[in-house]
Design a protein around this ligand. Structure first.
Ligand SMILES: O=C(O)CCC(=O)C(=O)O
Ligand SMILES: [Fe+2]
Length: 378
């Protein structure tokens, strides 16, 4: 993406500087340091929440799940869910599709889908093209990222509700910026993406109702904001480690799958294959392995929701390092509200001790500026 010859808007400046300052404040030169105060660790857990009671007709059951979500979001910002009703065949189907995409689509067909052709970062993202932590571009000890990705966003054909016909892209543009492999090159690609995306989008809308309850709002408070929501999803591939070693506090890694970052949207629903690799930065600056539970999804708060909740919900720094000889695949889904929606700090998150810290912002504008900041030539 060519650098624009215009002054960055205040949102741009805020998004880039705040993201980098926040990361820098949490990272010590890219290495983790053991806690100097082990007796005073803050509670940092990634709880497993069975959300099956949230499908109950009884409001008290739904509120009980929301309370667990609230506790997780206001501490570690991460939790895992089971009891979500997404069939295991749908989950396996998209992981198998990722493997086919990365291993069988020839390089020139991938190149035709390169993200550099897309102003919304859709399509194929080779390992070296982006760094989620801009400080890694120039850092002396910069380790290249090993992840390879394929990105797409919301479109009505992927929404089981059919949408409301009002989808706009990150910059307010009409239509959607998705690009797809040709059907003859990867038969069944779109159908498999659709099956998974429709399910995970439905789950995200359901979770958002629980977030409303968790924030002390009426359950349907956000429903009108997710009728044509932003929802970027990715297939990700992390090759096996060339030098597999366990995570060790204080040791700089020379292979990084995906650098230290926070996510940008409201929350992320992550599906992973069996190889571990996701690591979360604790308040003591220690990387903690987040081992995915069988059949579950990892859910984490992202920056836009942290901003919207005035910092009450935590968007926590994480990264991926494949420390195994196995290939690793994952499919994150980054859920946003409608990109044309303006939001102001939620009144329920403003108190005399925590006055509103952020000006109003349009959802898509915020996310697009954060995405631009990850491309090396962006
Ligand atoms: O692959 C994973 O497990 C996590 C991916 C991730 O954090 C991201 O894409 O933002
Ligand atoms: Fe992430």
């Amino acid at each position: 993406m060519a650098a624009a010859a215009v002054e960055p808007s205040s949102t741009q400046t805020e998004a880039r500087q705040a993201a980098q300052a926040y990361l820098n404040s949490r990272l010590t030169n890219g290495t983790s340091t053991p806690s100097t105060n082990p007796g005073q660790k803050s509670p940092f857990t990634i709880p497993v929440i069975d959300i099956s009671p949230s499908f109950s007709p009884n409001l008290a059951d739904r509120k009980a799940v929301a309370a667990q979500i609230h506790a997780a979001c206001s501490t570690s910002g991460f939790f895992q869910i089971t009891g979500h009703n997404i069939p295991s065949s749908t989950r396996q189907g998209i992981l198998d599709l990722a493997k086919r995409f990365f291993h069988t689509l020839p390089r020139e067909k991938k190149d035709a889908l390169h993200v550099r052709h897309s102003k919304y970062f859709r399509g194929w993202e080779p390992a070296e093209y982006t760094y989620v932590n801009p400080a890694d571009w120039t850092g002396e000890q910069a380790a290249p990222e090993t992840k390879e990705g394929f990105n797409w966003g919301y479109e009505e054909g992927l929404d089981a509700t059919g949408g409301d016909g009002a989808y706009v892209e990150l910059d307010g543009g009409k239509g959607n910026g998705n690009v797809w492999p040709r059907e003859e090159d990867l038969p069944g690609f779109y159908a498999t993406v659709r099956e998974y995306y429709a399910e995970v989008l439905g789950l995200a809308r359901h979770l958002f109702r629980l977030f409303a309850l968790a924030l002390g709002l009426e359950e349907g408070a956000f429903d009108g904001m997710v009728t044509h929501p932003g929802g970027i999803a990715r297939l990700l591939y992390y090759p096996p480690s060339k030098d597999p070693r366990p995570l060790e506090a204080g040791r700089k890694d020379d292979e990084i799958g995906l650098g230290a970052h926070t996510d940008y949207e409201c929350f992320t629903i992550l599906l992973c294959s069996s190889a571990p690799g996701l690591e979360i930065l604790s308040p003591e600056d220690e990387w903690v392995e987040a081992k995915a539970v069988e059949g579950g999804f990892v859910v984490n708060v992202a920056d836009f929701l942290m901003r919207w909740t005035n910092g009450v919900y935590k968007s926590t720094v994480h990264r991926v390092v494949n420390r195994t000889r196995e290939e690793r695949y994952s499919v994150p889904f980054f859920f946003s509200i409608n990109y044309d929606q303006m939001v102001e700090t939620l009144p329920s998150c403003i108190t005399p001790g925590n006055p509103s810290r952020y000006p109003p912002v349009r959802a898509g504008e915020y996310v697009l500026e954060r995405l631009k900041a990850t491309a090396k030539d962006g």
